[in-house]
Design a protein around this ligand. Structure first.
Ligand SMILES: [Fe+2]
Length: 247
């Protein structure tokens, strides 16, 4: 199966439009979305409608859960919190139901496991070695699966665990990367709507479970258009500025 993997769209319609246009050229069987559909940017309804209409396999992220239950947003930084409260007033009742119905995990036997933060928590990051090691150990509980997709950090990453048990990061390459059937992997495709790895382009990845490969990609999009919407909505200007920097 050839699969497009996206994450952390965060209500950025301009970025989502551009990524979907590229994915349409890839001949994939499905699109997997690792959560955080809402938050930060200014087009929540448009993004939710698009994802629902295209039958994207979406998961709930911590921002999606916090929009439904603001108690969960108490630990968010003030800018994230402000954007979430704005989004809560915008999302239509029908789309709230759609958000409410999103699962926390997806598993395709023999192919992949998918989560937002980690398989046991949408709030926990995989950013450091001990976190990667812990989740790769957890993956052994899913004997049919060698690849776990995750988001939440807004940074592309490819963690592996080899047959000796060594856990390390493999540098992300712009070329297609072959995976080994002997190893386990944690793969983050990067963020569509608020990339934080210094590249402001909207990130996504193409996974092929037959040839066992991952191809990290990104596409330019109308950043100025997304910024205009953020400012017109009265959201914090920093949310517009950071899009141009990819931070
Ligand atoms: Fe996020």
């Amino acid at each position: 199966m050839r699969l497009a993997v996206i994450a952390d769209i965060h209500s950025n319609l301009e970025a989502l439009d551009s990524v979907l246009a590229q994915i349409d050229l890839e001949g994939v069987e499905a699109i997997l979305n690792l959560g955080d559909l809402v938050g930060y940017n200014a087009s929540p309804n448009e993004c939710l409608e698009l994802l629902q209409g295209r039958q994207v396999w979406s998961l709930a992220g911590n921002h999606d859960l916090a929009l439904l239950d603001p108690e969960r947003a108490q630990n968010f930084n003030i800018i994230a919190y402000e954007a979430l409260m704005w989004g809560r007033q915008q999302v239509s009742p029908e789309l709230l139901k759609f958000l409410h119905g999103l699962p926390l995990l997806r598993e395709r036997s023999g192919s992949f496991l998918a989560c937002h933060g980690t398989p046991t928590s949408p709030d926990t990051y995989i950013a450091y070695h001990f976190q990667g090691k812990r989740v790769l150990k957890h993956l052994l509980r899913h004997p049919d699966v060698r690849v776990c997709f995750f988001g939440h950090t807004h940074r592309r990453a490819l963690w592996y665990r080899d047959i000796r048990g060594t856990v390390a990061l493999r540098p992300v390459s712009p070329a297609k990367m072959k995976l080994s059937p002997e190893e386990h992997y944690l793969i983050n495709p990067g963020s569509v709507g608020q990339p934080r790895d210094g590249n402001p382009e909207a990130a996504y990845a193409i996974f092929d479970d037959q040839e066992l490969s991952i191809h990290f990609k990104s596409t330019p999009y109308d950043i100025a258009g997304a910024q205009r919407r953020i400012l017109a909505a009265g959201l914090p200007p920093f949310l517009a500025e950071r899009l141009a920097q990819g931070v």
